[in-house]
Design a protein around this ligand. Structure first.
Ligand SMILES: [Zn+2]
Length: 138
């Protein structure tokens, strides 16, 4: 299978539960064990209280489209996703926002709307990496 995008190398320990979760079809996001703040991306200190006592919680995989851009060509030749495609900022039900692609919808501003409900799609890239994409909620 030809890869359509460069893949991350999930090696940093603070992000490992995220990548392990995706492989099992779960969206895991960091949650501070001290103040309860849920955040994304994974990091070693809580962005709310600066605690290093970070745990993980399974997110529902549901959210809404916070913002988007329809890309009409890739500026990086390593990305072979067919244009036009949708760069999306997803606001998860749990609060944090994450960058992704919105798929399974016409990349047309007449149909893609901010605040539309979305749900996660787990797309396996290889044995090590599964990525989180989003589609309109069914
Ligand atoms: Zn905290």
């Amino acid at each position: 299978m030809e890869l359509k995008r460069p893949l991350p190398t999930p090696r940093t320990p603070e992000a490992k539960p995220y990548w392990d979760g995706l492989k099992e079809g779960k969206l895991m996001i960091p949650k501070c064990n001290d103040c309860g703040h849920v955040h994304f991306y994974p990091r070693i200190v809580c962005p709310s209280c600066h605690s290093r006592n970070i745990g993980w919680t399974q997110a529902s995989g549901k959210g809404k489209l916070y913002s988007f851009e329809i890309a009409h060509r890739s500026l990086n030749p390593a990305f072979k996703i067919e244009a036009p495609y949708i760069l999306a900022m997803i606001e998860l039900e749990e609060g944090p926002r994450m960058m992704s692609n919105l798929i399974n919808i016409d990349p047309d501003p007449a149909v893609v709307k901010c605040d539309m409900p979305v749900e996660i799609v787990f797309e396996k890239q290889n044995d090590d990496v599964t990525i989180a994409l989003f589609q309109p909620a069914s």
